[in-house]
Design a protein around this ligand. Structure first.
Ligand SMILES: [Cu+2]
Length: 209
């Protein structure tokens, strides 16, 4: 019996280490209040020489912020604007009783595994996490990845510097533009598509007369 206990004590640390190593790939901090994944407070992106500015941003999320027709959830702000190379500390306050996330996609892979920074707050909880944005002027998708939450309003954008054009379907910014899933992502291709369609229809109409 004593032998078995000693064996257990010796076997447990490697198992625990293996598990935390698995989690450390995503640099994950999990508490009952939620999750902070891929936090980065001090490592500069390769294209930055220094931190340009510190931002502290508070985002409140929940049903209360769904103030567009057909939406169930929302965020107190759907757009976050920061300078290139700035350090962004986000406090996510979840005012619902279901959990919500605030995820940024498209960050550099060498710094943020799976190219993302991710906050998750359990119902009624608050989580804070920090990340540093690269120098590139660009728009990044922000969303909540819980099933149907993005479609129901939890979609936003992080604009670094001048950005690279509004993403579609962001509440209060580009949500008037309702996009069908089969259409291309960029607005210019849609304009070209619509123009070609108009020409084709006019041609058909004229040639039949
Ligand atoms: Cu959500």
């Amino acid at each position: 019996m004593r032998g078995a206990i000693i064996a257990l004590i010796f076997l447990m640390p490697p198992a625990a280490a293996a598990q935390s190593e698995e989690h450390s790939k995503h640099n994950m901090a999990i508490t009952p209040a939620g999750v902070v994944m891929n936090e980065n407070t001090d490592v500069l992106p390769r294209d930055c020489e220094a931190i340009s500015r510190d931002h502290e941003i508070t985002i409140r999320v929940g049903r209360k912020y769904a103030n567009e027709p057909g939406m169930t959830y929302g965020m107190s702000q759907h757009e976050v604007r920061v300078e290139p190379c700035s350090r962004v500390s986000v406090t996510l306050i979840n005012e619902d009783d279901v959990r919500h996330q605030w995820m940024v996609h498209g960050l550099p892979n060498y710094l943020y595994p799976a190219a993302m920074f991710h906050l998750e707050a359990s119902g009624g909880q608050t989580r804070t996490g920090t990340f540093i944005v690269p120098a590139q002027h660009r728009n990044y998708l922000i969303h909540c990845d819980i099933a149907q939450h993005m479609e129901k309003g939890m979609r936003g954008q992080l604009v670094v510097g001048k950005g690279s054009g509004d993403l579609w379907g962001v509440a209060h910014i580009s949500s008037n533009f309702l996009r069908a899933g089969y259409l291309p992502e960029s607005r210019s291709s849609i304009v070209v598509f619509a123009t070609l369609l108009a020409f084709a229809l006019t041609y058909l109409f004229v040639s039949r007369r």
